[in-house]
Design a protein around this ligand. Structure first.
Ligand SMILES: [Zn+2]
Length: 452
């Protein structure tokens, strides 16, 4: 396929804008790029997708998400009369998330994944790194989600969060599900592996005992996998680690061998200088989720400090909408508001996190590059009908994104060279049918949550 007549924004190591640009896609990768005139002459017989002057850029990459949380949207928190409202993060977990996840069936896992995937396609997100929990439907849950991902045509890495909060049997089942899925994914055909990745999920330090951690490490032996774990999201995680183990969370995980270049430490809101240094030394990736951190009132991660020290910080959404352009805006605004300094956090740094740094995280799962338009990269491409009314340059594009570009501008989404949305019509998923099924399922989930 040849995408023609677009304004190409390449991103990548050196962002370039190619006016009247074209992208030649062969199979699932970008095989050539240049001007429309040149490429139309070179590939005269190819099917053409006329971008009609739209922006053509890489699909968004979400460094951390929870498909399973979809049914929380609009749900009343049980017992949330003002006097009973959750006052802190542990209470939010107990009153909301640890009820919702226990209410999920395998079919709910499938539907909550599908609504998130449809949302992702619609808003131009093509790669997602998911962290799943469904304590009463653990076995096979990652297969159900994987099927949804394959049906959608997107790219996602999956894991199951191991935790002690559902007893020893629950922890063992979580370990088994990770191991089973990692092995299955490794042995699947390359066409499937190009869409699916796998890692070993852990909920967080404060819900995983040393004994369970040992079991996870033993189970992960020889799997060549990294861990995907929430780290110091709230101060209570650090308190727990200090009181039980005498060390901070990152120190504990490091001593156990959880960190490394395939591992993702999510949030790190409370990481101190020593912990940040350990993250850097071990090349552990960090996923920053500003909307979630603001919503849970857990504090503000020292993202600027981490970036300055060379930690690879990517951008996730922690289950918020998959319109990743929204997350970028919050990542830009949050440090300015809290530091009271308009100079901190440039839009270029935000886009570096959202594309370049997230692409580095994704390298743990997929070798061809993503997050950029370049020859050899996966053809994960979106078209946007954003019409700039000020000069658009390679240098100011990040600021155009923060102040103007949104997922609502996305008209076409391609992943692995395949069109998933054309002129805002989803091609692989029946959005309204999925939403109708999800509404019915969500009301049942809400009923079960209220009864807990
Ligand atoms: Zn999370």
């Amino acid at each position: 396929m040849l995408i023609t007549n677009g304004t190409l924004i390449t991103l990548g190591a050196e962002n370039q804008i190619i006016e009247n640009g074209a992208v030649y896609i062969k199979g699932d990768k970008i095989a050539d790029m240049g001007t429309t005139n040149t490429l139309a002459r070179k590939y005269p017989r190819e099917d053409k997708l006329d971008a009609r002057g739209k922006i053509v850029m890489p699909g968004s990459v979400v460094g951390h998400t929870h498909f399973y949380g979809a049914f929380a949207r609009g749900m009343a928190i049980p017992g949330a009369a003002p006097a009973n409202q959750p006052r802190n993060f542990p209470q939010i977990l107990e009153n909301l998330w640890w009820k919702i996840d226990r209410a999920l069936t395998l079919d709910d896992c499938r539907l909550s994944a599908l609504v998130c995937l449809a949302d992702a396609i619609r808003h131009g997100t093509t790669t997602l790194i998911d962290h799943h929990a469904s304590p009463n439907a653990i076995d096979g849950s990652l297969d159900v989600i994987a099927d949804a991902v394959l049906e959608s045509g997107l790219r996602a890495s999956l894991c199951y969060e191991v935790t002690d909060r559902n007893g020893a049997a629950g922890a063992r089942a979580g370990i088994k599900e990770n191991v089973r899925f990692i092995k299955k994914n490794r042995n699947s055909q390359s066409a499937i592996r190009n869409h699916l990745g796998a890692s070993f999920g852990l909920h967080a330090s404060f819900t995983v005992s040393d004994k369970t951690l040992d079991q996870c490490l033993a189970a992960a032996q020889g799997l060549n996998t990294g861990f995907h774990v929430h780290v110091g999201e709230d101060i209570s995680d650090e308190d727990d680690s200090l009181s039980k183990y005498g060390v901070r969370v990152v120190d504990r995980l490091h001593a156990r061998g959880i960190l490394g270049s395939k591992s993702i430490a999510v949030h790190c809101v409370n990481a101190d200088a020593g912990e940040i240094e350990l993250l850097r030394q071990t090349k552990t990736h960090v996923a920053h989720n500003p909307r979630s951190n603001m919503n849970n009132a857990v504090g503000v991660a020292d993202i600027l400090g981490m970036l300055r020290r060379g930690v690879n910080v990517g951008l996730g959404n922690d289950g918020f909408s998959n319109n990743h352009f929204q997350e970028m805006k919050f990542a830009y605004l949050l440090p300015k508001a809290t530091r009271r300094d308009p100079r901190v956090m440039g839009a270029d740094q935000v886009l570096q996190m959202a594309y370049g740094n997230n692409a580095k995280i994704a390298q743990a799962f997929w070798k061809p590059r993503i997050g950029e338009l370049s020859v050899g990269a996966f053809a994960d491409i979106i078209l946007l009908d954003y019409i700039p009314f000020t000069p658009l340059t390679a240098g100011n594009f990040p600021w155009q994104v923060i102040f103007g570009v949104d997922g609502a501008h996305v008209t076409h989404t391609l992943c692995a060279g395949k069109l998933l949305m054309q002129d805002r019509q989803l091609l692989t998923l029946d959005e309204s049918a999925i939403a109708a099924q999800a509404q019915a399922a969500a009301s049942q989930v809400w009923r079960r949550v209220q009864a807990m």
